[in-house]
Design a protein around this ligand. Structure first.
Ligand code: HEM
Length: 151
């Protein structure tokens, strides 16, 4: 591999990691910070707050998610040599595939939440469970992202 290409790939990893931090960070904020506020504020105030948070997320998160997936595909292609790493006798390919499968599950849940928000069908209960599911899946993705190089 040429030195400039290895450098270019590291920039792609940086973009991927930055977007992952923003995406996982937003889900963590909603679960660990926002959910805790339910004990301090009444339902109407919380509804207003959560609607405002969703509006902000809808504003900037789609571009973060697009960059995350685009950079992910570039990395996949390079690390896996197309799809040749899958079933080549190492664990790497299968763990990477599991990571990507979880990433698509997150994408599905996220797209569904954005769509429900647009149509005004996002209830407080659904808001809460969506974020818990997304955060759990993301914890699995981050674990696999590192475990695939170790196991
Ligand atoms: C919710 C979506 C995703 C999250 C949160 C995520 C998160 C991460 C994280 C934290 C790393 C470790 C980066 C590092 O420290 O080096 C990583 C690496 C990687 N990701 Fe993702 N990722 C996501 C989606 C994807 C997708 C859709 C693909 C492929 C189609 C992908 C392919 C890769 C590859 C090949 C690496 C290895 C790069 C490296 O660490 O050098 N990721 N991902």
């Amino acid at each position: 591999m040429h030195a400039w290409f290895a450098t270019y790939l590291q920039w792609v990893v940086l973009i991927h990691l930055t977007c992952a931090i923003l995406f996982v960070g937003a889900a963590a904020f909603e679960v660990f910070v926002l959910e805790g506020l339910h004990q301090r504020f009444d339902a109407a105030t919380m509804h207003q707050l959560e609607t405002a948070v969703m509006a902000r997320v809808r504003h900037y998160m789609p571009i973060v998610v697009i960059l995350l997936f685009l950079s992910g595909f570039v990395l996949f292609d390079q690390y896996c040599n197309g799809i040749q790493c899958i079933g080549d006798g190492r664990h790497f390919g299968w763990l990477l595939l599991a990571k990507v499968t979880l990433a698509f599950a997150v994408l599905g849940v996220f797209a569904n939440a954005i769509w429900s928000g647009f149509r005004g069908r996002m209830t407080v209960c659904r808001f809460r469970y969506t974020h818990r599911i997304v955060l759990t899946l993301m914890a699995g993705i981050v674990f696999l992202a590192k475990a695939m190089f170790i196991l």
